[in-house]
Design a protein around this ligand. Structure first.
Ligand SMILES: Cc1cc2nc3c(=O)[nH]c(=O)nc-3n(C[C@H](O)[C@H](O)[C@H](O)COP(=O)(O)OP(=O)(O)OC[C@H]3O[C@@H](n4cnc5c(N)ncnc54)[C@H](O)[C@@H]3O)c2cc1C
Length: 406
């Protein structure tokens, strides 16, 4: 027999951002139903997603506040130092977070580790229901409520629907919200290596004319690699046999950590920028990649989505506590005002970095090297960039702020 469910918030998409939104809401007593199209077993399978995410200090703070961090900490790499180089130029930019601000920049986590923590926590929360694998087949939004029907005929009544269903968002399409999108003609090759020498919690980003090459510290001697190539070359590299792939990778990696060995599979991700023309509609808000997807050059896609998650959760929680309508236009407009500038600034910044660094034009190369060298000599600028990378600049939701150690 078909089930009828009633909730405050329906979240479509239970990935990193949808899961975090649900945890933040349910923890504060807001009833939430999460619907995800994929089976949890599939989502946690090592083959599902090869990505690791550099999470900023602010996202770590939210994970701590929501009791998620304890489930992830043992699997987190620590980023204490960032080095940026431009091709073979001897000039580089160096940020030491312990020196500049006294705490790590952030952490490296497999996306799978974040999903595992969310999928363990959400079903145990009093105010959260996680339904998967399920799809919404019909979504009606009126001035007073949201009504959804799932593929098993379950009907759900809610006051607000949140679209957290990634770049191809069904929710966004159902609301006829267009996107602006362009391709970088670059593909990210993602894999993990084990090195002979320890990485000492240093993240390296080398800008090459074909795109950035990042070496990111994971626990032990492991590093996660995000190796960008043109979309014509990447499939050729991905298709190489083990020895040849290892040789190509070693040539770009260098020998500063001794011998390296590729461990585990290789993945590839075509790189595009996209953003929704608007992130709200009647009783609807978009969060994370459903609203904006960016180049991973600065490792900010999930970090921006996490800010969306914590911002919409904070507004909904405050509105519910006042006994007001959580799906009202005023709440959604506040959300849009809060997140629009930050998201668009990050989209524009990552786009500018990719375009400025992914070329070999001599005068541009000279100008950017001089720029790197100047910033490296300016303590105030370095402190500002450090705090930005830590996600501690701008108007932060409460659960993302730094707390005094108790
Ligand atoms: C190579 C690479 C490296 C990156 N590195 C970083 C990094 O270091 N730091 C960082 O912050 N970001 C990084 N990112 C970006 C980050 O991975 C994404 O921004 C993040 O995963 C977006 O999360 P999301 O929950 O919005 O979307 P997704 O992770 O795409 O999740 C969407 C969820 O919705 C579900 N879904 C889809 N359609 C439906 C439907 N119709 N109904 C129900 N459920 C549905 C899916 O099953 C999935 O669970 C990187 C990206 C790439 C490509």
């Amino acid at each position: 027999m078909a089930q009828h469910l009633d909730t405050d918030v329906l979240i479509i998409g239970g990935g990193l951002v949808g899961g975090l939104t649900a945890a933040a809401l349910a923890r504060a007593g807001v009833d939430v139903i999460v619907v995800d199209a994929d089976d949890p077993e599939t989502l946690l399978n090592a083959k599902y997603d090869g990505r690791c995410s550099a999470i900023a200090r602010s996202v770590h703070n939210a994970f701590v506040a929501l009791d998620l961090w304890d489930l992830m900490e043992s699997e987190a790499g620590i980023i204490e130092d960032i080095r940026v180089t431009d091709g073979k130029s001897p000039l580089f930019l160096h940020f030491d977070s312990l020196d500049l601000v006294g705490v790590p920049f952030g952490y490296m986590l497999e996306n799978r580790t974040i999903r595992k923590a969310l999928l363990k926590t959400l079903p145990e929360m009093d105010h959260a229901t996680y339904l998967a694998p399920k799809r919404v087949t019909k979504l009606d939004r009126s001035a007073s409520e949201v009504n959804a029907t799932l593929d098993d005929e379950t009907s759900i009544k809610a006051k607000l629907v949140i679209g957290a269903d990634g770049r191809g968002s069904w929710v966004r399409k159902s609301a006829n919200i267009d996107i602006t999108k362009w391709s970088y003609d670059q593909t990210a090759i993602v894999c993990t290596v084990e090195s002979e020498k320890p990485h000492l919690n240093v993240a390296q980003e080398h800008f090459r004319s074909t795109g950035p090459f990042a070496i990111l510290p994971m626990p032990g001697h492991r590093s996660s690699i995000v190796w960008t190539e043109t979309s014509r070359t990447a499939p050729v590299l991905i298709g190489l046999n083990e020895d040849d792939f290892q040789a190509e990778l070693s040539e770009r990696f260098g020998d500063y950590l001794g011998d390296i060995k590729v461990v585990g599979p290789r993945w590839s991700y075509p790189l595009t920028l996209q953003f929704a023309k608007r992130s709200i509609d009647q009783r609807l808000a978009l969060v994370g990649d459903a609203s904006h997807g960016m180049h991973p050059v600065a490792g900010q896609g999930f970090n921006m989505g996490a800010r969306d998650a914590c911002a919409i959760a904070e507004l909904v929680i405050q509105t519910k506590q006042l006994g007001l309508d959580i799906g009202a236009g005023r709440v959604l407009e506040d959300y849009d005002r809060w997140r629009h500038f930050d998201n668009h600034l990050m989209l524009a910044s990552t786009d500018a970095i990719v375009k400025l660094f992914s070329n070999n034009v001599a005068p541009i190369r000279f100008a950017r090297d001089v720029g790197l060298a100047i910033v490296d000599q300016l303590p105030f600028a370095k402190k500002f960039f450090t705090k930005s990378a830590m996600g501690l600049v701008g108007e932060l939701p409460e659960i993302m702020k730094e707390r005094e150690a108790s």
